[in-house]
Ligand binder design. Sequence first.
Ligand code: FAD
Length: 447
Amino acid sequence: MQKTLTQGTTLRRGDTGFDRAVLGTSFTTRDPGRRPDIVVQANDLGEVIAAVRQANQDDMHIGMCSGGHSWAQNHIRDGGMMLDLARLKSIEINPTQMTAVIGPAVLAGELNLALVPHKLFFPTAHAWTVGMGGFLLQGGFGWNSRNLGVGCQNVIGIDVVLADGTLVHASETENADLFWAARGAGPGFFGVVVRFHLRLHKRAKFIGMKMQVFRIKHLEEVLAWADRVGPSVSPNVEFQMVMNPKATLINAHGIEVVAPVMADSWKEARELLAFMSNSPVRSKASFTLPLLPMSLNFMMKAGEKTLFLSNTRWSADNMWMDTPIDPLLPAIRGIADTQPPHPSHVLWLNWNGPVQRPDMAFSQEHRTYLALYCGLGKGVDEAKHANWATDHMKALEPWSRGIQLADENLARRPSKFVSDANMVRLDQARAKYDPLGRFHPWMGRIS
Ligand SMILES: Cc1cc2nc3c(=O)[nH]c(=O)nc-3n(C[C@H](O)[C@H](O)[C@H](O)COP(=O)(O)OP(=O)(O)OC[C@H]3O[C@@H](n4cnc5c(N)ncnc54)[C@H](O)[C@@H]3O)c2cc1C
């Protein structure tokens, strides 16, 4: 291991600790089999710039990570440099302006906790340990995002180290094409974002959740009901369903209908959730958790501890749909019947986003979202389940309107992730800012 003042801790293939430094960056414990030639762990901006300059000097491609939560382990590529940004964790909050400037490796839970004393809020990722860097670049389906906009919509500026090692600021008025690209390019962005400037929101007075749990035999009727009511559910309610082999309290294969809500009061929250209290399937629930106030910190931790276990070999895939659910029910039953053991799960999310967003690379969202998360613990046979998510999504492709980059699986199932027009603009911006292709493009799209 070698430490220089300018470049961060550097490890090369064959060095003691090299594999740990590479694989230790990932949330998933899967070993993708790929290895860079060199890992640089940057401690500050100067070290990021030095690393990018070295990559230029040695003609290396760069892959980078902040929180390491890419399901596909996009940052671990064969050859070149892996730039680990996990130490860039600063948080500066300006309560008067309702803005913050954060390092890319700040975790969702860390940002949320820092905002609580100021009664301020940002739509972070749902799980505590997700890095803000990758989350904000890919779009960012955060807490209360149906109401406040996806994460990247609340980014007002970025500080970026470009492929030639220069540091620039980008916003709507400065390097606007770079700023446009950073709001949605996700794991194909072509610069190192060292700081995000964020717009904050007032924190809701009431934050809570209601849940109903059904046995899996009720799958079709619960899904059909949810699909029917989804479009009329308030944007302040995150209406979703999780197919879980070990569903809460029934400890058996079931469907958790979960509805976190943010409102001005408990009374308002109850009204927003009336669609669940009055639903025709309600009487079939094996267990109901009434609307309870809960801290966001608790929900972030509880969700992660029950569904997104660490020390697990994860893979994921997803699709957007516009179609009503009925024709998909047999295929979804097939997904349930073949579901790998807990913590593997299936998410159905009522989205119905707004008709218009600001002009940014992020450009693909539809009525509902379906994602499959295969999580294999120690001893569970990888060969038996490894293709579960990919194969079922392939079978559903006729109904797919494309994918979210949040849960991307591009290396194994290339799919459309922005509008066609935005893909052209992204390629143009890449050609301008990274003409030599210093930064790896999206996996599954070699350019
Ligand atoms: C348990 C879990 C829960 C999740 N929950 C949500 C959720 O609620 N909503 C949601 O939208 N997504 C969610 N995701 C998906 C998550 O947002 C993406 O995987 C995101 O990329 C993670 O960001 P990261 O910084 O942790 O990941 P990383 O793996 O570090 O980053 C992913 C990619 O982004 C690029 N990148 C990262 N940092 C930088 C940077 N500073 N500069 C330039 N490029 C960079 C790189 O190409 C990198 O490969 C979740 C993922 C997991 C594992």
